[in-house]
Design a protein around this ligand. Structure first.
Ligand SMILES: Nc1ncnc2c1ncn2[C@@H]1O[C@H](COP(=O)(O)OP(=O)(O)OP(=O)(O)O)[C@@H](O)[C@H]1O
Length: 612
């Protein structure tokens, strides 16, 4: 209603202090008051607020008159009413909004409460679980403690039993010793008494005894003299009769000559026959091991022969040898090819096994894995023989004969023979650059002579970790090379497991030995060892097994702990690094231990290079 009090639309709304109880009515006395300047003191403002201003009423009356006179008075009133209604509606809608807000706030509050309750519940569940876990842990710990207690008690009992047995044993031993001592003393006394008695008797009978001796000696002398006289007379007569008859002399000379001839002929014949039989049946001295049946060996060691033959037929081919799968497959392929060669009566191929030291070349062929080699030979349907190159040099000039003997013996095999020569570089080295003895050179020449042509009876397998030392003529005879590389990651893990089993678990379970294993996850330890031991050879890992065993024996309680295992591994790694440092620069360049030269190198699990 500002227009009613003559307020211009452009005028600002006055800022009044809040009125007393009736201050809200339209057209209140303060309506026409001009706005106070901001800086005026509040006391004077409140005084003026209660002063009555009649000019406003006058202006209102005037405005009402003007309004009555106005032609649009009705419309203005209607508009005013509408505005009033609109404001009321707006007010109501604000009230509704406010109520809606309140409702929403309630919903929010309920949701927050729900959330709180859920959190509380979750917290309670968590607490409950933790409590359950804790109780479970307590129960486990209790049971572990009980087990430990039990274990300790068992050990204590065992110890007591052992002690009591030891005491009894000691008592028995001391009793026995005492008894023996007593017996000894009484024996000694008896002997002493006998000796004294005999001495006394001898002394008393001395004269008699001397007389007896004298009589016996005189009798003996007479007998001997008489015998000599008689023999001389008989021989003399015989000789004179023999020499006087020339026919008898001639017959005797002929008989003696024939006898001598017979003896020499028989000796020569026997030695030739023996050599023939030896060639057919005997094993040459250079052959360390063979699958061929040897009559002499069977007669000398019948039980060992029977047992080894039985074992071979049962055993798993590659048990105890950890090879990279590609290499294993390759060896099997070679066996199949060899078998087919034999079946088709073809010519055999010569092989070379090469690689760094300690990678299983010999192991594959020799004693402990004899089965594996047998399997290869068996799969090919052939016999096998194992020789060592190092045996040839000490034979000196006999080396040539020994080599010929081996090849003669090999050629008598009906099935065909695989000849494995371990450490072949020991006698097959270069004739030109190396300073080798005449005897060794002659042995090498004999070997070359006997292997000059492809054979349908003999397959040659050489093993060496320095094949670059071979004489060129030997290289020329090789048809295929198989590389035994350093073990890769998986092989190292298998090796670690194998040797832990062999040197720790098996002795620990046998019970007789003083070796126990602490509780730890060995699978996990083996994986860690495999990761750490890149560059170590199979032999070095096998030695680790022995080191673990020794560590357990050296400890006070004989228990092998995880820490002891890992300490030995770190030792082995350090030693390997040291060995690598010792390798001369030249050896590195030559690549003798090429795979070793970078001990941190990635594991070499790739298959060996194919062929020459
Ligand atoms: N692949 C493997 N699997 C299982 N054990 C192995 C393997 N390689 C080596 N070893 C262990 O190392 C030892 C030595 O191996 P082996 O004599 O076969 O080595 P090599 O290759 O012939 O070495 P060198 O060239 O020095 O003669 C074996 O007795 C065995 O304990």
């Amino acid at each position: 209603m500002s227009w009613l009090f003559g307020m211009n639309k452009k005028q600002e709304v006055p800022m009044f202090p809040s009125p007393p109880s009736d201050g809200g009515q339209d057209g209140g006395g303060q309506g026409g008051q001009p706005a106070e300047p901001a800086g005026r003191p509040p006391a004077s403002t409140s005084m003026e607020a209660y002063r009555f201003d009649s000019s406003a009423l006058e202006r209102a009356a005037q405005a009402a008159k003007d309004l009555e006179k106005s032609a649009n008075a009705h419309e203005i009133l209607a508009v005013t009413k509408q505005q009033e209604q609109t404001r009321q509606l707006e007010q109501q809608s604000r009230i509704k909004e406010y109520e809606a807000h309140i409702e929403q706030a309630k919903v929010e509050q309920m949701r927050a409460q729900g959330e709180e309750r859920r959190k509380l519940l979750a917290e309670e569940t968590k607490q409950h679980q933790q409590r359950a876990q804790y109780q479970d842990q307590l129960a486990r710990k209790r049971s572990e403690d009980q087990l430990l207690q039990q274990h300790r008690m068992n050990e204590e009992n065992l110890r007591k039993q052992e002690e009591s047995v030891a005491k009894q044993e000691a008592l028995r031993k001391s009793t026995l010793e005492y008894e023996m001592e007593l017996r000894h003393k009484s024996d000694m006394k008896k002997i002493e008494a006998e000796m004294t008695a005999r001495a006394k008797m001898d002394r008393e009978n001395q004269d008699l005894t001397l007389e007896q001796i004298r009589v016996k000696a005189a009798e003996k002398r007479d007998t001997v003299l008489n015998s000599i006289k008689t023999a001389g007379a008989v021989l003399g007569e015989g000789m004179s009769a023999f020499l006087s008859d020339w026919d008898k002399v001639a017959a005797a000379a002929g008989g003696v000559s024939l006898l001598a001839l017979g003896v020499y002929t028989a000796r020569g014949g026997v030695s030739v026959t023996a050599r023939y039989i030896e060639n057919r049946l005997g094993k040459p001295s250079l052959v360390r091991e063979t699958s061929r049946f040897s009559l002499f060996d069977a007669l000398r060691h019948p039980w060992a022969t029977v047992r080894s033959r039985l074992q071979k037929s049962e055993a798993d081919a590659l048990s105890g040898v950890v090879l990279e799968p590609g290499l294993e497959a390759r060896l099997r392929d070679i066996a199949i090819t060899t078998k087919n060669t034999k079946r088709n009566k073809g010519m055999y191929r010569n092989l070379l096994f090469h690689g760094p030291p300690g990678t299983g070349k010999t192991l594959f062929a020799k004693a402990s894995t004899r089965r594996a080699w047998t399997k290869l030979a068996k799969a090919s349907g052939m016999d096998y023989a194992i020789l060592t190159g190092g045996d040839v040099a000490p034979m000196g000039r006999d080396g040539v004969t020994a080599i010929h003997k081996v090849f003669d013996w090999a050629n008598t095999s009906r099935k065909g023979l695989i000849m494995f020569v371990d450490e072949a570089d020991a006698f097959l080295r270069k004739r030109s650059s190396e300073h080798i003895s005449e005897d060794l050179r002659a042995s090498l020449n004999a070997f070359l002579y006997r292997t000059g042509e492809q054979s349908d009876r003999l397959m040659l397998v050489l093993a060496s970790n320095t094949p670059e030392q071979f004489d060129w003529a030997i290289n020329d005879r090789l048809d295929e090379m198989v590389e035994f590389a350093l073990p890769g990651l998986q092989e190292r893990e298998r090796l670690a497991r194998l040797y832990f089993q062999k040197f720790v678990l098996e002795p620990a379970t046998q019970g007789a030995k003083r070796l126990k294993v602490d509780k730890f996850d060995y699978g996990n330890v083996a994986s860690r060892i495999a990761l750490m031991t890149a560059g170590l050879s199979g032999r070095e890992i096998a030695k680790l097994g022995v080191a673990w065993q020794a560590a357990a024996y050296a400890s006070e309680d004989g228990v092998l702990t995880e820490k002891m295992v890992m300490d030995r591994v770190e030792d082995a790694i350090r030693q390997n690094r040291k060995k690598m440092e010792w390798l001369s620069e030249e050896e590195r360049r030559e690549g003798k231990s090429g795979v070793h030269s970078d001990s941190t190198a990635a594991p070499q699990s790739s298959p060996a290079p194919a062929s020459v």
